[in-house]
Design a protein around this ligand. Structure first.
Ligand SMILES: CC(C)(COP(=O)(O)OP(=O)(O)OC[C@H]1O[C@@H](n2cnc3c(N)ncnc32)[C@H](O)[C@@H]1OP(=O)(O)O)[C@@H](O)C(=O)NCCC(=O)NCCS
Length: 305
């Protein structure tokens, strides 16, 4: 919608919030593009320099795992989107809510949250985690609605092509007597929250005897996208000894060699995990923005009665 078109309509124009079915849409169809445009405008406003994945991947993400999606429309134009990800093994879901910057503070975000709260209650969830860019409108929105602030994460980015492979080789070559590195690559099965079926799940682990004592996993997008996502698991107690750096350097070396299309690696680290942040910084990861996670308790669920 153009600015002129928005301004031509006096407030309040009726807003509709309704369930939508991403699985029925073409990945680059007009509805998916309209949802994508709202999320892109919202992210650009609250976390400058960030953007949703390209429409095809964005569509695949909406269909990954079990999700319920709502769109808010005003005069036929999409102005907001909410996505509730249902858990497979816990009673806590995850959600994202975005309202186009030109349509904020008119109750649309509140209506999207009401829709996902009702759905979460009907599905027996105890709570929903919302991740918002720190210091943006989401903080004020969540605090005003009484959500519980849980923790802060650092979203870090690494430009892979700025690393010299020889430097990675040196770190991988450091001896760790009694430990060995192993690697596995498998295709993501349906049902994962953090990967789309068909993505490659690349794991590098440090093993002591038969026990995995340190591990890192990277999700390489199936569509040759340039950004991989790293998930860190802390080394098992008593097995630090620089294993983190060893395992991650080996992972970056693998990515460098086998997935040349990957030029950037993203990861989220807990703000208070100084050791992990230091290892990632040493490898060249840089802070892009901070994320605050809030918990929305679901009234009427067994946990809150
Ligand atoms: C957070 C977001 C969804 C709110 O959408 P919205 O349509 O403006 O929400 P509502 O109109 O229902 O509620 C707005 C309330 O949030 C708070 N709020 C939102 N933006 C604010 C700001 N810039 N300054 C202070 N308070 C703000 C206020 O309490 C406000 O109520 P008020 O206008 O009566 O003062 C929207 O700003 C957004 O898309 N942000 C970026 C993505 C994000 O952080 N999403 C997480 C949501 S959990």
């Amino acid at each position: 919608m153009t600015k002129t078109a928005i301004n031509a309509r006096p407030w309040p124009t009726r807003v509709r919030v309704s369930r939508v079915e991403p699985a029925r849409e073409e990945p680059d169809g007009p509805r998916v593009r309209a949802w994508h445009a709202v999320v892109a405008a919202s992210m650009a406003q609250d976390a400058p320099g960030t953007a949703p994945a390209a429409p095809g991947r964005f569509h695949a993400d909406l269909n990954a795992g079990t999700t319920v999606v709502w769109a808010a429309t005003r005069a036929g134009q999409v102005v907001g989107l909410a996505v509730l990800r249902l858990p497979s093994t816990t009673v806590t879901g995850r959600a994202q809510v975005h309202v186009h910057p030109a349509h904020r503070r008119r109750g649309i975000g509140g209506r999207l949250v009401a829709a996902l709260t009702a759905e979460a209650r009907a599905r027996g969830l105890y709570g929903v985690i919302m991740a918002v860019p720190a210091g943006g409108t989401g903080d004020a929105f969540c605090l005003r609605r009484g959500l519980t602030r849980l923790r802060t994460l650092h979203h870090l980015l690494l430009s892979l092509r700025e690393l010299h492979p020889g430097w990675l080789d040196e770190m991988v070559a450091v001896e760790h007597p009694g430990y060995r590195l192993t690697e596995t690559a498998r295709i993501a099965p349906p049902g994962r929250q953090d990967a789309v079926p068909g993505d490659v799940l690349l794991t590098v682990a440090a093993e002591h005897g038969r026990k995995v004592v340190g591990c890192t996993e990277v999700v390489v997008p199936r569509d040759s996208g340039p950004q991989a996502t790293q998930h860190d698991r802390p080394p098992v107690d008593g097995h630090h000894l620089g294993l983190d750096l060893w395992v991650k350097a080996a992972m970056l070396r693998l990515l460098y060699d086998r997935y040349p299309q990957v030029t950037q690696v993203a990861t989220d680290n807990l703000e208070h995990d100084a050791a992990l942040l230091a290892v990632n910084r040493h490898l060249g990861f840089r802070l892009h923005h901070r994320i605050t996670e809030y918990r929305l308790d679901i009234p009427g669920s067994p946990a809150t009665n």
